[in-house]
Design a protein around this ligand. Structure first.
Ligand code: TYD
Ligand code: MG
Length: 452
């Protein structure tokens, strides 16, 4: 009698259970267990050959700078920490349809002198070609396309051809014939990634792996391989807006602070080198409920318009709704406005929107949200030549924010006349005389300064 040959694996976190369970005891997700074969994997490939089996004293290791290959896309380089590190394995995650394949194809087209091997498990080579033709950059002579999902064949092709860059689109479609579980399952995704990692390191070829993120956990999320790869990039954006943000969630060769901003056009993704101007381009002057805030994304200051709409509630429970801002943070700000300023919002619906479809989770935008809400409630426009920045505490006090000098400079650069900021930050700003700097210590004085 052979022993049971199946196990149940959580497709969200990889937890293994001998029998099916409804709720994962590890990550508490529901309905994520899928039956997989437990048959041991016979690895035909050799494991990485270690030439030395002795530990090395640290001081003998040369600590020179990591060499990097420029992607030819400035925003992309910035997120990677300067460029692609040879031999690194990078994961590009994002919702389906956000533009991951487009970004990768543009990268391949930009790297004119390097041979890129684009492996597609989702689309036919014709579809890939059609997409490339839509894009602005035309030279494509150094791109090799390969429509295949069998990882053993793919690894063979990479080893024989030794390309300069490999793109796997996507990891969820790849499978190893030795493993019995379906492509996209945790074991397949993990095993495929491990093999690609070994190849990247031994051949010193950088590899990009595309992974879809699904909230339902039906397909193994790339979460299970995040710890294996060198860099995790996330491509995000609202489906109905054209702005896309590339973020490094993990980077062994650089900081995870930087973001790259792109805009999706009919001819592909275009870099947004001047985000403040782009985000403010559709601003309407003189309407109530709008404030410009100076937010820091990574190390870059970005001016963004925050909007609020406050209207009397017509049906029962008042609504609170946010786009691009944390819902609980809004509730907190409303409570502070109610208690400290005496603004009664219990019979009003409140909608908050960050213009341009971007998400901000920085507390420094609190003040801008509060002034927008007050402005809409009173139907008085805020001063359109001023920028507001500051975190609001539960006592209604305005708390200091980081990197204030950069925020002030950006506001001055874009021609704003005045910036309202936390009083305690005043000692950190010099200012250059171009912009008036007003320090406020409580929410009332901030409202006084912003609402005329
Ligand atoms: P795609 O790169 O296929 O997304 P993903 O690989 O992340 O699933 O692109 C998705 C969307 O982008 C698609 O709906 C069409 C749009 N798009 C443009 O708007 N302009 C373009 O030039 C291209 C190539 C795509
Ligand atoms: Mg795709």
């Amino acid at each position: 009698m052979s022993k049971s040959t199946t196990k149940y694996v959580c497709q969200s976190c990889g937890y293994v259970s001998p029998r099916w369970v409804g709720k994962c005891p590890n990550c508490t997700e529901w309905n994520t267990f899928v039956e997989e074969a437990t048959q041991p994997v016979k690895l035909s490939r050799k494991m990485g050959t270690a030439s030395k089996i002795e530990p090395v004293p640290m001081e003998q290791i040369e600590g020179e700078d990591v060499p990097r290959v420029s992607t030819g896309i400035e925003e992309f380089n910035r997120v990677l920490g300067g460029g692609i590190v040879p031999g690194s394995l990078m994961l590009l995650g994002g919702d389906p349809g956000i533009g991951k394949s487009t970004l990768m194809m543009q990268l391949a087209l930009q790297l004119k002198d390097a041979v890129t091997l684009y492996i597609t498990g989702e689309e036919s080579v014709r579809q890939i070609k059609l997409r490339a033709e839509r894009l602005e950059v035309k030279s494509s002579k150094n791109i090799l396309l390969f429509a295949e999902t069998n990882l053993d064949l793919i690894l063979d092709v990479i080893e024989r051809g030794t390309p300069d860059l490999v793109i796997i689109d996507s990891i969820q479609t790849m499978f190893r014939p030795g493993l019995e579980s379906a492509p996209g399952s945790v074991s397949q995704v993990r095993e495929s990634t491990a093999l690609l990692l070994r190849l990247a390191k031994t051949k010193n070829i950088p590899i990009f792996v595309i992974g879809h993120v699904t909230k339902e956990g039906v397909i193994a999320g790339p979460r299970v391989i995040e710890h294996m790869v060198d860099t995790v990039l996330q491509f995000e954006g609202e489906a109905h807006y054209s702005y896309r943000i590339l973020r490094a969630l993990k980077n062994r060769f650089g900081s995870t602070n930087e973001i790259g901003i792109f805009e999706m056009h009919d001819t592909g993704l275009r870099e947004v080198l001047n985000p403040s101007e782009a985000f403010l381009s559709e601003r309407r002057y003189g309407t109530s409920g709008s404030t410009v805030v100076s937010s820091i994304e990574g190390t870059r200051p970005i001016l963004i318009e925050v909007q609020a709409l406050v209207t009397p509630t017509s049906y029962g429970v008042p609504q609170r709704n946010t786009t691009g801002f944390d819902y609980r943070r809004l509730s907190l700000l409303l409570a502070v406005l109610e208690k400290r300023v005496g603004m009664h919002l219990g019979n009003y619906d409140v909608f908050v929107n960050i213009a341009g479809g971007v998400k901000i989770d920085e507390p420094a935008v609190d003040l801008g949200i509060a002034t927008s809400i007050a402005s809409s409630l009173r139907d008085v426009p805020t001063d359109s030549t001023s920028v507001a920045v500051g975190e609001i505490g539960l006592g209604g006090e305005i708390r200091t924010v980081g990197q204030i000098e950069k925020r002030v400079q950006e506001a001055a650069k874009l021609g704003f006349k005045r910036i309202i900021l936390p009083k305690n930050n005043l000692k950190n700003v010099k200012g250059n005389g171009e912009i008036e700097i007003v320090g406020v210590d409580c929410i009332e004085s901030a409202l006084e300064a912003m609402l005329q």
